[in-house]
Design a protein around this ligand. Sequence first.
Ligand code: GDP
Length: 205
Amino acid sequence: MHPLYQGAQFLTAATRIEQAPPDQGREVAFVGRSNAGKSSAINAICHQRALARTSKTPGRTQQLIFFSLDAERRLVDLPGYGYAKVSEAIKLEWQGQLARYLEGRLSLAGLIIVMDIRHPLAAFDRQMLAWALRRDLPTLLLLTKADKLSRGAVSATLAQVRKEAAALHGEIHCEPFSAPDRLGLESVQARLDLWLAPSPQIDAA
Ligand code: GDP
């Protein structure tokens, strides 16, 4: 158990970036295509059943959801838009909000891109990664639903994704994950600890 994440609480939902909490302290955002397993990952990391809404209806969430960990630290659940039934106009609107958030949010200390390990690095994931790289934002590629593959297939996919990530020359980490098996939980929490730790040089400036 990790008390910081276990104590995560819903803070606010923002349809537009202007409704986000003040851009202070530090936060880490989760993004992923609909149905990738993002909500399940957030719930597992925070040891809560229903903090982030899991849904069998992909594409339902269209808001940036902020969870507070303490007065200075937050987790953010960003909307995915990888679902075919969502109209082009809505996809573009979400894309615009995501771009503005990812490019402009100063308190954003790291990005976790949640991907189904059976379908890694889709166009959506690559777009998120490109935005993160553009501002040197540390990124974790979380390959979830690892329980759906054999150990050999997990290792092979991990090696392939790591190879592609290494060619991009940014701070890109890559870990397998499974919500029901709680695989990778401690690695992700350790990564969050690092990203959310106050940085005296920057925060004192
Ligand atoms: P989101 O749309 O990205 O938030 O995805 P959800 O967390 O709602 O998960 C989508 C579906 O995948 C749900 O039916 C979950 O139960 C399932 N799921 C999520 N994570 C895992 C996992 O690690 N393993 C397995 N087997 N299923 C998962």
